[in-house]
Design a protein around this ligand. Structure first.
Ligand code: ATP
Ligand code: ATP
Length: 158
């Protein structure tokens, strides 16, 4: 029956975890905090097509900020501004989830924290989700998960 089907798909949905649906770090477009926003760098950001661009220090697993592509419209390529300088006036808050967070909890966190993107960490905080303000870096990042990834699972589960 219809109800039984819906219940079993909801169950399957709640068993999936952040690490199973995330975009892995090696497939994530991100930029180094010390790099300069040259014309080429800005072009790469633009061409990536992504709205949210994680900022890391030295290693992509160490996230220190998040930039929105739209924040870059004010940047003059000739100034070659370091990414870190941009973070200081338009960095966004960072939202974190553990790799084993079930995606029903992830969906709830996205709603309560008004966030579309979460950094998925190996180990990390005990709470299912937490908010960190820049500058404290988030270490042990293994990927990112967005609301889009969660909604895709919800639809696929039907
Ligand atoms: P929006 O739809 O809000 O403009 P977007 O198109 O940049 O954002 P999402 O729709 O949130 O991105 O996600 C689409 C897919 O792209 C998801 O699988 C997500 O994990 C992935 N994604 C989002 N940002 C990045 C990024 N910076 N690098 C690689 N993949 C990303
Ligand atoms: P996303 O598109 O990833 O949801 P965002 O721009 O909506 O990002 P952030 O800039 O990452 O939000 O800000 C994070 C937190 O700041 C959110 O939890 C939200 O509650 C709060 N926030 C964002 N914009 C405003 C605002 N204009 N007024 C009050 N609080 C805000």
């Amino acid at each position: 029956p219809e109800e039984a089907h819906l219940m079993s798909s909801a169950l399957a949905f709640s068993e999936k975890r952040a690490s199973m649906i995330m975009t892995r770090l090696d497939h994530t477009f991100c930029i180094e905090v010390g790099s300069k926003l040259s014309f080429e760098a800005l072009l790469r950001c633009y061409k990536s097509g992504f709205t949210r661009i994680p900022v890391y220090r030295k290693d992509p697993s160490c996230v220190v900020g998040l930039l929105f592509a739209k924040d870059l419209i004010l940047v003059d390529p000739d100034d070659e501004i370091p990414v870190g300088a941009m973070l200081s006036f338009c960095g966004r808050s960072l939202h974190v989830v553990r790799h084993d967070t079930t995606i029903d909890k992830l969906l709830a966190a996205a709603q309560t924290q008004h966030s579309h993107l979460f950094f998925v960490v190996e180990g990390g905080p005990d709470a299912p989700a937490s908010v960190a303000k820049w500058p404290p870096p988030i270490s042990n990042v293994i990927g990112i998960v967005t609301l889009e990834d969660v909604l895709e699972e919800l639809i696929a589960a039907e």
